[in-house]
Design a protein around this ligand. Sequence first.
Ligand SMILES: [Zn+2]
Length: 229
Amino acid sequence: MPHAAVPDPAVGPLPEPDPVRDLAPGPVRGRVPEPVQNPGPGPVPDPVRNPVPDPVQNPVPGPVQNPVPGPVRDLASDPVRDPWRDAMRLALAEADAAAPAGDVPVGAVVLGPDGAVLARAHNEREAVGDPTAHAEVLALRRAAAATGEWRLTGCTLVVTLEPCVMCAGALVQSRVERVVFGALDEKAGAAGSLWDLVRDRRLNHRPEVIHGVLGEECAEQLTAFFRTR
Ligand SMILES: [Zn+2]
């Protein structure tokens, strides 16, 4: 028969519970809460691996967020650029005339204050062997000849490519009210790309600049020219 209820005289009586020692935070008890307070990388949400969905960066695709497909948006009106599209088409047609002489196809037209075409010109640098025979300079000279006045007050120059520094200077000197161009010239442009000469605040006269009118067509005309060279 086991004597479970009888204390073993070799071991002695079981120790009485010590309430002070048992409740005091010993080294073992002190370390127990640490895994809860610093549970490590496992249970903590990882914002990289488990990012919280951002409604701004990750908008729900749908008819509200993306209402207009490409072709419809292309037809949307642009009140800044639309008034100059017809003049830019004239400039594009003028630029085509540069090709037979091997000139880079750049075309320009000058509109009077009433919108009438005062002059048109294309790049003739190769055709006449003149380094200043850019389309803008030629168009400004012809417009001044047509009006009999070097000041082209109230006039607008429309050109297929962003003007270079020479042409930007000529535009400021001519006092044109506005410069409208199609394609950006990131290698030599002086109307916003590489320089912004026409809007330099140190100048007394600063024409308004409108860019990107039929910009893709203007860029494509130039790209097609260089592709064949
Ligand atoms: Zn130029």
